[in-house]
Design a protein around this ligand. Sequence first.
Ligand code: SF4
Length: 432
Amino acid sequence: MIEQSPYILYSDGNGNIFEDTSLYTTGRTGWDALPIPEDEWIELPEGGQLYELPGRRGIGIDVKTGEMRLCDKGWGVAAFIPPAHTGFYMSAYETEPNAPTLPLFCYTAAGWLNDKFYVPATRIEQDIRQDCAGYDQSKVEFGVDALLKVYPHNRLVDHLANNCALTYQCPAARNYFLGRWECPVPTSPACNANCHGCISFQPEEETIVSTQDRLTFKPSAEEIVEFTVPHLETAPYPIISFGQGCEGEPLLMWQTIAAAITEIRKHTTKGSININTNGSKPDAVQELCEAGLNSIRVSTNSVQKHIYEAYYRPNNYTFEDIIESMKVVRRNGGWVSINYFVFPGMTDSVAEYEALRKLISETGLNMIQWRNFNIDPDWYLGKIGVHETGEFLGVKQLLELIREEFPDVKFGYFNPPAERMTGNYELDFAHH
Ligand code: SF4
């Protein structure tokens, strides 16, 4: 634990970041700025980045008076904390009238103390699969060259190589070309939801852009089977995952996915077959379970119907359908995770906590992946019509309460391999 609160950071607008030792940094939860307890800070993990927040002044606490005031020395600063870490507070700032909407990244609070950057966060996942230290780009490029030669006519391998691994720098795609762990399998050019913060499609009228472009073709079951069977057969802790950030909703392609899973399981019983999804079609999920699906990860910004539907704006499905999809997989003996977009002040509100307790009891879900919500906080709350946020527990306390009441529910950030789901969950990842 650090001995005092870190100092606030500011940017000079030219890409240089400084500390202001007249102000301690604060954290944002919902629409509020508040002090951050000393025991909630960790050093900014390797792979973390710092962002300047244009048109925004940081909110700090005067080290002499204890009063809250703006840092007028420069623009506000936030941290993008790397995968496997969950943030407890967002960066606190005041937004000027014509400030641009921030792009689709997470904006965790950040501070400076004893020559180090600090963030209020925790490492929620021990799996090292996306630790930036584990990526050697020359080996990724070698893998890309080799596998493009092995599958010269496979549109999906070409997409994973030239778009995902080499352009978007997708950690999952790079792991595929390094022959290890979780391999992404995008399939769907379309979606039946309209999330405000969709990372693969943003409407023209919005000023922000999607972080990836959506897939433009429908792969065949043969194309899927061709490269996934060798991956399941040869990779350590192998997983193949349908449903990626560069596509729409995979359940709209369930017939192709079911045919692929059936064919894959004729060739290998190894590894885990997972789908990341909005969970909109429980009947299709039942078909996939019968074909051999092992696990599902349902994404959500909230487990309260009105907040979920205000963000996802679903076409022809409802919040109840995503709950039913989770139950379907549990009934078929599969593993259920939620991909829970953590937004301090919303995720840890008392109402959300109660709804989460009910969801865990009702569905028997196995895992919560506590993911930082990659979205401009003001823009998000405005889009879903939340103009004031009520009582909250604190994200750290929320984790402790859920862990205490539901000790069998796993916490993490990534889809677990079969070895964790069916065997020793606390695998030693240092020697992964
Ligand atoms: S469910 Fe996924 S692909 Fe569909 S709109 Fe939402 S974020 Fe985009």
